[in-house]
Design a protein around this ligand. Sequence first.
Ligand code: HEM
Length: 201
Amino acid sequence: MDTLFSVATAALVVRWAHVIFGVLWLGHLYFFNLVNVPFQGDLDKDLKLQVNPKLLLRAFYWFRWSAMYTVILGLVLFGWHYMGPEHLMRSPGRAMWIQYGMLLGLIMWFNVWFVIWPRQKKILGGLASGTPHPDAARLAATSGKASRFNTFASGPLLFAMLGAPHFSAMSAPVLIAVTVIGVGFWFGMIKRSFKIRTDVA
Ligand code: HEM
């Protein structure tokens, strides 16, 4: 039986922390892609200088560190449930789900720390110091592509994270279906983001 002070409680707390940091990470990712991208198109140069370092450096702090904690806690969960006594690697459906999710999650984490943040550091650092980086447009384009990739990948990633403990069936058609639905959902959301009205009429 599960009691308040037990291994099961600790496992639940780790699972909760993993999901809450995941929400914090993806919440910022969606803010960048659904709100900030169209917003930047409306902003003139002087305002960008004033607004962007102060707003975006805060957002990038929560974004990159929540990505780090999500992955660390996710790897703890993986070690615990899949390689520990429960040995869920022996449940093929569940193991395939989580390996697909982890593959996507690790690529996304790599993008955050090694593609997006190093470039944003140069762009926003330049704006903050008053001397914009000469290569800012190219840096922003690469960072933007990685950010878009992460948004698309987050659709199938969440299917995989939820599929592992809650939906054991797994096969090539299921994998393709969740990938198409997950990516397609974000494709539609991004398209919609450029049509949002900013008046209240
Ligand atoms: C590299 C990154 C990640 C790794 C290594 C990872 C790893 C894991 C592992 C091992 C589990 C347990 C699965 C099981 O019990 O069968 C899990 C569950 C879960 N993860 Fe992740 N994860 C990652 C990213 C994310 C992200 C970005 C989110 C976004 C919110 C997320 C949300 C969840 C959810 C909702 C569950 C299921 C909780 C449940 O219903 O029991 N994960 N993850």
